[in-house]
Design a protein around this ligand. Structure first.
Ligand code: PLP
Length: 386
């Protein structure tokens, strides 16, 4: 049977060899990391090693890393009102309208304290709108992702941080899609909180972290109890999960520059192939994007049908973003970028990873050429073309 071509790396990545090996060894380390005896200290040592790796990957300090159950929990933990001693409290939030659902949900802010930041048609957040919104009210927390999961658009986070600082606010950055793909430095970004997820870099699912800037107040815990993670998240730590996260981040960082250069070349080759489609659009192509991501649409295409047809041909792609029901929803990202319902429903995402080969890309282009005639035919009866 022919090997499948997996082009949905922004949804998740396979477990890296290094993570699998480190986790296998960690399963044998059974001590409770909070115990003071030798078994406990061994487990604690493994956690602290991983904490250092994760911190260093984003230019942070190990003591400022709070391990969580994933990017979703990291976002939920960060998005919380903050009581400040020497400054005005923060009980309002501005969330960019292209955030992941876990940030769009608004965390622990009251719904009437949430405002949404518009984006330009290019897929970049509107900094002028941010300036106006910041001027309208009390200091706020602002949540802007570093790179969008659908378009790959890299957001002007450092510029936004400058405006937010001037207005006395705080900045949360969802860097879940950026880690392992582009370089990240929490200080250069001037961010207060940074969310990460393990499974996008080849670590285990159900692991993530919130990284805090130095001297930043810790958000109040979502899960209280034993005081683990310096009070940031209670519960006996998932030692193998944390170890796998660390090993994946280390492996990803070690080969990031060479991997991403190769992946970008492949991505560009894919876009050349898709670019020949009449009426086709590659979203955010004119701005800096993640090197592995292509979001492509053609007005008469139905993303749901296209994803199924690709799947039957052995190629895994996704519609803009997968939702837990498996149902294809029109992309809220493209809607926020000002696209109409027809093209919004047409978008399919190709996202490449470290195991993607030239043969995968050639197969994908060939498959698109084979399928596109029928997929793009406008069916006047309103029936699906297949
Ligand atoms: N933020 C972004 C930008 C994502 O793409 C995702 C996952 O798709 C998440 C957060 C959620 O991360 P997790 O799957 O670890 O909960």
């Amino acid at each position: 049977m022919q090997k499948r071509t997996y082009l949905d790396w922004n949804a998740t990545a396979p477990l890296r060899r290094e993570a699998r090996a480190a986790m296998a060894a960690a399963w044998e380390v059974f001590g409770n990391p909070s115990s003071i005896h030798a078994e406990g200290r061994r487990a604690r040592g493994l956690i602290e090693e991983a904490r250092t790796i994760v911190a260093e990957a984003v230019g942070g300090e190990p003591r400022n890393v709070i391990f969580t159950s994933g990017g979703t929990e990291a976002n939920a933990l960060a998005l919380t009102p903050i009581v400040r001693k020497s400054n005005q409290d923060i009980d309002n939030i501005i969330i960019s309208s292209i955030e992941h659902a876990s940030a769009l949900a608004g965390g622990r802010f009251a719904p009437d304290r949430v405002r949404y930041l518009p984006v330009h048609r290019s897929g970049l957040v509107d900094l002028n709108a941010l300036r106006t919104m910041l001027a309208q009210g009390p200091p706020v927390l602002v949540s802007i992702m570093l790179a969008n999961n659908e378009t790959g658009a890299i957001q002007p986070v450092a510029e936004a941080a400058h405006l937010i600082r001037e207005a006395g606010g705080l900045l949360h950055v969802d860097a879940v899609q950026a880690i392992g793909k582009i370089s990240i430095d929490i200080n250069a970004l001037n961010a207060d909180f940074l969310s990460l997820s393990a499974h996008k870099v080849g670590g285990p699912k159900g692991m993530g972290a919130l990284v805090l800037a130095e001297n930043q107040m810790r958000p109040s815990a979502l899960i209280r109890g034993g005081g683990q993670e310096r009070g940031g998240r209670a519960g006996t730590e998932n030692v193998p999960g944390i170890v796998g996260f660390g090993a994946a981040v280390m492996a990803a960082e070690a080969s990031r520059v060479t991997d991403m250069a190769r992946i970008q070349t492949l991505r560009n080759r894919l876009e050349e192939g898709l670019g020949q489609t009449q009426g086709g659009v590659i979203f955010s192509q004119e701005i800096a994007r993640l090197p592995n991501t292509t979001l492509f649409g053609v007005p008469t295409l139905k993303a749901e049908t296209a994803v199924i047809r690709f799947d039957l041909e052995g190629v895994s792609v996704s519609s803009g973003s997968a939702c837990s029901s498996g149902k294809v929803q029109p992309s809220h990202v493209l809607k926020a970028m000002g696209y109409g319902p027809e093209i919004t429903r047409s978008a399919i995402r190709f996202s490449l990873g470290w195991e993607t080969t030239e043969a995968d890309i050639d197969r994908t282009i060939k498959t698109w050429r084979k399928l596109s005639g029928a997929l793009l035919r406008r069916d006047d009866t309103g029936l699906e073309p297949f």
